[in-house]
Design a protein around this ligand. Structure first.
Ligand SMILES: [Zn+2]
Length: 90
């Protein structure tokens, strides 16, 4: 199962423990890079085009669940910030 990266108005939330801020994200990216090497052979990557980018897994850093991650709306301007879950922050 693949997960979606939230857009600018959404965010991840762990439905198991309430974590909003810390996740392990396993991504499978394929890209084409332009490598420019100097005369000594040291490369500089001058540009990169992402050809494919699949998020394979999103896992909560707090409770280690990877099947409870949901996408929720971000708070809007003026909305109260979400409260931390007491006692769960490492
Ligand atoms: Zn969690």
């Amino acid at each position: 199962m693949t997960a979606a990266i939230p857009d600018s108005t959404h965010r991840w939330r762990c439905a198991h423990c309430g974590n909003l801020t810390r996740f392990d994200v396993v991504r499978n990216r394929k890209s084409t890079q332009f490598w420019h090497l100097d005369l000594s052979g040291e490369p500089t990557i001058e540009s990169e085009q992402v050809d494919a980018d699949v998020v394979e897994l999103v896992r909560c850093r707090w409770c280690n669940k990877d099947d409870a991650i949901e996408v929720i709306e971000r708070p809007g301007p003026g909305d109260p910030l979400p409260e931390d879950v007491p006692g769960r922050r490492p």
